[in-house]
Design a protein. Structure first.
Ligand code: NDP
Length: 798
């Protein structure tokens, strides 16, 4: 007879499969053939094309899905358009009641959702049951609250209208919840396309909404392939696009929507670092790695797929990790005792295998556990690469599978440099027992989420989203809500008239006084805190409305822009300058501008032909606006969220980095200040193109900035032809965001060209603000664009 210790060692897991019966019955009830959900009805056109969806663990066909064509996209968008005013008019409480009904229904049907998701996707039932579906319900409950508070807390906003949403296959229902809940709470209506591999839970969700009595047309669900997604994204009557998926498709969408005045949020790929310091609790960290890269078979946008270990503990960590990998269980996803299920599709299996082979070919060492991985179905074993070069393909590309690449570092600085050595910036996980160390590192890592001594934590109250090529926008929390709203005044703004600014005419008489010419003052560029001559050696005249030349400014070119961006990039210390100091500098700038107020007013009169009183008002408003952002500099703080787990999530408002700003012609001093001041108040460095027609108010500010202690490189000014210079800035990979105010064509150009490095854009789509009006010209709207929110999750307790 064996003793307890022997039993403990020899004991094996028995099979514990979840019954697929109810999910199969649900499929059978629909004859395993689904239409699409439009305007509260299930459309099954006779001439439709259907495609199969199958269980990736077995290859067994599950159902046939309709490939929605453009005609159906039109119908769905039209239905959403008709339903939107009524849905918004229901008011916050009315919408909250529907969201509450949906949240309750998800809980009632949670096991059916979990089983169906596992059948369709291949992820373990343990995850769908304990993570995906509870988070879906949590997301709806959280947004019941936002709907309820909309009318009071967000009363200055309006819904954006009809929202087109395209989601991936890795968390099918969860991604749907992340998109649907805030959109509905805010008063929008929806056309959503799930991924072709995993549409079933979206269809069950539509049925649940139908049963909950959601008004017709508020939610429309279209199955289909990529081209269905493209038709939704490009539809003229879609007002906002929200996408989660690959950076490649995100880039296509950025270009496709350019100039369509569509709001856009993109949640894209990642190659997130998982950093272990030598003072970390190594056993916990190893368990963290399991969660980071083998959760959902590594098919997670924020997977901790790059392991960075401090050199002196690398060997022991790798040993522990290999030992742990030997105990991972892979198998039937419906079995409650397995750790890993299957990849989503043979296509994905092939993609992962190809990248792993590339890693081996490039010289890295591959290690996989000794147990046999199932050969039927899309199973892929947990895999670990060592001897990885930081620049190699497997260290840079998103593998999107259960493959971990490991590298070492010596110092915290080296860890930060390695962590940031990627085009992505979605998440990071940092393991150390030193609170000082992790809180020093968190702000230095370019990522939207940093998990301290934990990983893959999500909550509806905490915004989630990326930096850099991981996309822009946040899902969850107040940031997620504002992504589905726009300031109410914007809908009523007038459009710029075409050709509003006639090109300057050269050759008119210059101002003269007392028979002698005035002492020539030709402003140069303002780059890195110095006045520098234009590279091209050309100047352009600045004309008054009557055609008099009131001055000349430098004609900036591509080289000047590059120099300015370089200077801005170098001035990175501004972001970590104390907010108090930034506030003081803004107040001091206001003080120095006020001291020279009458000179600035004279300039405005001479350039624009406005009255003296109007000019003085513009100067006074500019001084006041500088005060406003001096005030905000140390007040637009982040917040601390309390997710349901024993953690706090510190939501920090971080500077975006280098922002390009193109200013309009009207109110040339005030519009310049209105755009520059919020950006620098929040710690950004900027390259700004002042009014093309009347740039002298901006060039007169060089001395004001100099005497106000604005550090060199924080504000860089390049004068010249706005759209030619804007093009260079939009294409520049070191520019992280672009604010463009000008005619409509410029907005299109900036959005399209920004797709290169996926910079965040804020454009006016040809709409004209009244800069004297504080609602249009200042406040939180500007500050929101001047920051990106980073959530730092910190656990507490032993
Ligand atoms: P995609 O980005 O292609 O797909 C995401 C969604 O977009 C799907 O619904 C897809 O439809 C749809 N889609 C595809 N093309 C377009 C288009 N031109 N316009 C609008 N919608 C479109 O991801 P894949 O599923 O092809 O996966 C490829 C790779 O992307 C993965 O290996 C992984 O690296 C990455 N990925 C990253 C995710 C993330 O969360 N960061 C999520 C999923 C994938 P359909 O399903 O019919 O193709």
């Amino acid at each position: 007879m064996s003793n307890v210790a022997e039993i403990f060692k020899s004991m094996d897991y028995g099979p514990a499969p979840e019954g697929a019966g109810p999910a199969k019955e649900w499929l059978a009830k629909h004859d395993a053939k689904f239409g699409v959900f439009i305007d509260g009805h299930w459309a099954k056109p006779k001439d439709g094309r259907w495609f199969p969806t199958s269980n990736p663990a077995t290859g067994e066909p599950l159902a046939e899905l309709l490939d929605a064509d453009e005609g159906l996209v039109d119908q769905a968008v039209a239905a959403a358009g008709r339903a939107q005013p009524g849905w918004a008019a229901l008011g916050g409480h009315g919408r909250a009641r529907y969201l509450y009904a949906i949240a309750r229904a998800i809980q009632r049907h949670s096991r059916l959702f979990a089983t169906l998701e596992t059948l369709d996707n291949g992820k373990p039932i343990r995850e769908t049951r304990d993570i995906d579906i509870p988070l879906v319900a949590r997301h709806f409950y959280h947004h019941v609250g936002w709907a309820q508070l909309c009318d009071t807390e967000l009363s200055d906003f309006a819904p954006v209208g009809v929202v087109g949403q395209v989601i991936p296959w890795n968390f099918p229902l969860l991604m749907m919840a992340w998109k649907v809940a805030p959109a509905l709470a805010a008063g929008n209506t929806i056309v959503i396309k799930p991924a072709e591999f995993t549409s079933l839970t979206a269809l069950l969700f539509a049925e649940v909404c139908e049963q909950a009595g959601l008004p017709k047309g508020v939610l429309n669900v279209l199955t289909g392939e990529g081209k269905t997604g493209a038709a939704i994204v490009g539809h003229a009557d879609v007002d906002k696009v929200a996408f989660t998926g690959s950076t490649e498709v995100g880039r296509i969408i950025r270009k496709q929507t350019a100039g369509q005045a569509k709001h856009l949020t993109l949640e894209l790929g990642g190659k997130s670092p998982f950093i272990i310091f030598n003072d970390a609790d190594l056993d916990s960290a190893v368990e963290g790695v399991v969660n980071a890269i083998w959760f959902n078979q590594g098919q997670v946008c924020c997977a901790g797929s790059r392991l960075l270990v401090q050199e002196d503990i690398a060997e022991v960590v790798i040993q522990k990790l290999r030992a742990r990998m030997e105990t991972l269980r892979i198998g039937n996803p419906l079995d409650k005792c397995i750790d890993m299920g299957t990849l989503v599709d043979p296509v994905q299996h092939q993609a992962v295998s190809t990248l792993v082979q590339q890693g081996v070919d490039e010289g890295a060492t591959l290690w996989q556990p000794s147990w046999a991985c199932p050969t039927e179905g899309c199973f892929y074993p947990p895999s670990l690469f060592t001897d990885v070069q930081p620049a190699s393909t497997i260290a840079q590309e998103e593998i999107f599978g259960p493959v971990l690449v490991s590298m070492t570092f010596r110092t915290p600085d080296e860890a930060v440099a390695l962590a940031n050595n990627t085009k992505y910036g979605l998440a990071a996980s940092v393991w150390s027992e030193s609170v000082n160390l992790v809180l020093d590192l968190a702000p230095r890592i370019k990522a939207g989420v940093v998990w301290v001594n934990c990983t893959n934590q999500f909550d509806a109250a905490c915004g989630f989203g990326g930096y850099r090529e991981s996309g822009f926008g946040r899902e969850g929390g107040i940031e997620g809500m504002t992504a589905y709203l726009e300031p109410a005044f914007i809908a009523d703004l007038p459009q710029y008239e075409v050709d509003e600014a006639p090109p300057p005419r050269a050759g008119a008489a210059t101002e003269q006084g007392g028979g002698l010419p005035t002492i020539d003052r030709t402003p140069k560029m303002y780059i890195g805190g110095k006045q520098s001559r234009p590279d091209g050696g050309y100047s352009r005249p600045v004309l008054s409305p009557s055609g008099t030349v009131v001055g000349e400014v430098a004609e900036g070119n591509r080289k000047d822009i590059r120099n300015a961006v370089e200077a801005a990039a170098k001035a990175s210390g501004w972001g970590s300058t104390a907010a108090h100091t930034r506030a003081q500098i803004l107040y001091f700038t206001a003080e120095n501008l006020a001291a020279r107020g009458s000179e600035f007013a004279d300039r405005l009169v001479a350039m624009t032909g406005c009255s003296r009183a109007e000019a003085q008002r513009e100067v006074d408003a500019s001084v006041e606006r500088l005060f406003t952002y001096g005030a905000w500099a140390d007040k637009y703080d982040g917040s601390v969220h309390s997710p349901p787990s024993r953690q706090v999530a510190i939501a920090m408002n971080e500077a975006v980095g280098v922002i390009a700003v193109a200013c309009p012609d009207e109110s040339p001093l005030l519009s310049f200040i209105s755009l520059v001041a919020p950006a620098i108040a929040m710690g950004n460095r900027i390259v700004v193109i002042p009014s093309e027609r009347w740039p002298l108010s901006a060039t007169d500010l060089y001395q004001v900035f100099d005497t106000s202690d604005v550090p060199g490189g924080v504000v860089n000014i390049v004068t010249g032809e706005r759209d030619a210079l804007a093009k260079v800035l939009a294409e520049h990979d070191q520019v992280e965001a672009f604010w463009y105010v000008g005619p409509k064509a410029g907005s299109e150009m900036v959005e399209r060209l920004s797709a290169g490095n996926m910079k965040r854009t804020w454009v006016n789509n040809g709409k004209k603000r009244d800069w004297m009006d504080k609602t249009h010209g200042e406040g939180r709207e500007y500050l929101r664009h001047a920051v990106q929110v980073k959530n730092v999750w910190v656990p507490y307790g032993e």
